[in-house]
Design a protein around this ligand. Structure first.
Ligand code: PXL
Length: 268
């Protein structure tokens, strides 16, 4: 059977991030994608027309519809926005989630949209992170989860990836793309060993959706049965090409190109 992946996340109507990035990425990996939409984000880097949250019952109904009819080999969460949706998601994962679960702790989008309410951070830490196979924070999200400023050096990244592991996920992937004077290095910690994933730094502002694409790609790899280190390695290549061939549509921040690896291949 085709591997199946469910994403519980927000809809990013402009197509770069959120559920749209997840489903495009799943398609590129030949896995069957499903969605439960938590909120509709009608923003781009030029206009901000708002965030429309779904009621908890809607999120539950969408997950039931996917899981009872299709089932999943991996799950992913992105934008969860409220404490209530986080709590409902934790219950749903306990009921259906006996499969690898990738938690992308999105907090603020590239376009500046708030994707997680301030008062929901604690629930994310206490209720969801312990259920995750892997969490994929960027530097700002790592700082926020640890209650201090974002790591600024590779040494601080190494300290933080280890400390984040104590929150209860099996793996922590700390994404170092935001370190300005360093190659794009990400650290994966399994509780014992820190593994590094490096790529060249690509000079572009059009990176909307990069984090969603990376974590969706990891979820697709896990659904296919790849071990974590291979799923991350493949996903790092996938997102690097998506950034290299990013799409600009004129004004403002453009989108990562989810089909880039298929169309242009991998560099080297
Ligand atoms: O890139 C993070 C992200 C995730 N989910 C949704 C978003 C964004 C960024 O804008 O809109 C729904």
């Amino acid at each position: 059977m085709i591997p199946r992946v469910l994403s519980i996340a927000g809809s990013a109507s402009q197509g770069s991030a959120g559920i749209q990035a997840d489903l495009k990425t799943f398609e590129e990996h030949d896995v069957y994608g499903m969605s439960a939409v938590t909120a509709l984000v009608a923003n781009n880097s030029v206009t901000d027309t708002g965030v429309f949250t779904q009621p908890v019952g809607s999120v539950q109904a969408q997950v039931h519809a996917s899981m009872e009819h299709v089932g999943a080999d991996a799950m992913k969460t992105g934008m969860l926005f409220t404490k209530e949706i986080i709590e409902a998601t934790a219950e749903l994962l306990k009921r259906y989630g006996q499969v690898p679960y990738v938690l992308d702790p999105v907090m603020i989008g590239k376009m500046g949209t708030q994707l997680l309410k301030e008062e929901a951070v604690e629930s994310l830490k206490e209720e969801l992170i312990p259920l995750a196979e892997v969490i994929t924070p960027n530097l700002q999200e790592a700082g926020k989860l640890l209650g201090r400023s974002a790591p600024e050096t590779s040494e601080e990244m190494e300290r933080d990836v280890k400390e984040l592991h104590s929150f209860g996920a099996d793996y922590v992937l700390l994404k170092g793309g935001g370190l300005s004077d360093y190659p794009a290095v990400d650290l994966l910690f399994d509780g014992t060993e820190v593994k590094e994933y490096r790529s060249e730094r690509i000079d572009t502002i059009h990176t909307s959706g990069a984090g969603c694409t990376y974590s969706a790609s990891i979820a697709a790899g896990l659904a296919k049965g790849l071990p974590m280190d291979r799923a991350v390695e493949e996903a790092k290549h996938f997102v690097t090409e998506a950034i290299r061939h990013a799409l600009s549509f004129g004004e403002g921040i453009g989108s990562t190109y989810h089909a880039a690896e298929r169309i242009f291949g991998r560099k080297k």
